[in-house]
Design a protein around this ligand. Structure first.
Ligand SMILES: NC(=O)c1ccc[n+]([C@@H]2O[C@H](COP(=O)([O-])OP(=O)(O)OC[C@H]3O[C@@H](n4cnc5c(N)ncnc54)[C@H](O)[C@@H]3O)[C@@H](O)[C@H]2O)c1
Length: 288
């Protein structure tokens, strides 16, 4: 179903790698809603992924840009302005990568060169991208910038590793840069905190399948899919959300406000050891 919500709008979409990517779904939905846009990803991802299929389907051009390079981002924005013919109305930052996660380094035993690389790609890239757009005055008034994040920025998910810290930094940038973009250019900046979603980046996290099931059973509406995330993103790019800014918006079927669900309680009380051997029991035993 399409409603022409983005008719006449122009955008840049970062981070579509393959058809599972959240950015891929956003591009498909943006196209259906009447937008025109440029697709971009890191040069290596363009070689490994299948983005040209998406470009063909959405009649978009692809411009390679490594989000850690100001030069690449300046070229991307200049070229996008040429291709789109006018200033930009919406931008999606859908980029995340942790070398520590990839290499299986525990949170307590990081390689700090990898930590810096992951932070540069996953968090600082958002500042860099907005800085280039801001200084080139490339955004239209009432434009919208969205980045994707995860709730490990607020709560502990041990295997999310250093990405938790990167997401906290990313969400802070949305507020800090969002202030200047709002005051000076009437552009809004928000982050969407999405449910665990089976994509290349998501599936790289240790124990992801178990966690996906847990989150689904915990959330009254179940996990939000990549397509549902795309629909929500479209609403934030549309003119129906013009005064929403500096927000971290949970799109997670209600997970973020849950303590425990009946479905999880039922599993725990059906003979599972977790209840029998709680932390308190262990403490009592160690004091004996
Ligand atoms: N999958 C989940 O469970 C989940 C949940 C919440 C938030 N998110 C976030 O959603 C966003 C998109 O991830 P996804 O799940 O669609 O996975 P994905 O693997 O499809 O997308 C990640 C993208 O980041 C790109 N990227 C990596 N390094 C880059 C660089 N140097 N320059 C430019 N692009 C680079 C990759 O090429 C890829 O396209 C990420 O920010 C991720 O953290 C994902």
């Amino acid at each position: 179903m399409s409603y022409n919500l983005l008719k006449g709008k122009r955008g840049i979409i970062f981070g579509a790698l393959d058809s599972k990517s959240i950015a891929w779904k956003v591009a498909e939905r943006a196209h259906e809603e009447g937008a025109v846009f440029v697709l971009t990803n890191a040069p290596v991802a363009l070689r490994l992924g299948t983005i040209s299929e998406l470009a063909e389907k959405t009649q978009s051009q692809i411009i390679p840009a490594d989000a850690t390079s100001v030069m690449d981002l300046e070229h991307l924005v200049d070229e996008s302005l040429n291709i789109l013919g006018e200033k930009i109305d919406f931008v999606l930052h859908s980029i995340g990568m942790s070398v520590n996660v990839r290499r299986g380094n525990h949170y307590t035993h990081q390689d700090y060169n990898f930590t810096k690389k992951g932070w540069d790609v996953s968090a600082l890239s958002f500042h860099r991208m907005m800085s280039v757009l801001y200084n080139k005055d490339a955004m239209n008034e009432w434009g919208s910038i969205v980045a994707l994040t995860y709730m490990a920025a607020q709560r502990v998910f041990p295997d999310y590793n250093d990405m938790a810290d990167n997401k906290a930094y990313l969400e802070s940038i949305a507020r800090s840069f969002g202030y200047f973009f709002g005051r000076e250019k009437k552009v809004r900046v928000n982050t969407i905190s999405q449910s665990p979603t089976p994509t290349t980046a998501g599936s790289g996290v240790k124990g992801f399948d178990g966690f996906l099931k847990f989150a689904d059973k915990m959330s009254p509406l179940g996990n939000a899919t990549a397509l549902e995330c795309a629909d929500y993103t479209i609403s934030l790019f549309s003119d129906f959300t013009k005064k929403v800014t500096l927000q971290n918006l949970f799109h997670d079927g209600g997970f973020s406000n849950m303590g425990i669900s009946t479905a999880i309680m039922d599993e725990l009380t059906s003979g599972n050891q977790i209840i029998e051997e709680s932390n308190n029991d262990k403490e009592k035993q160690s004091k004996k």
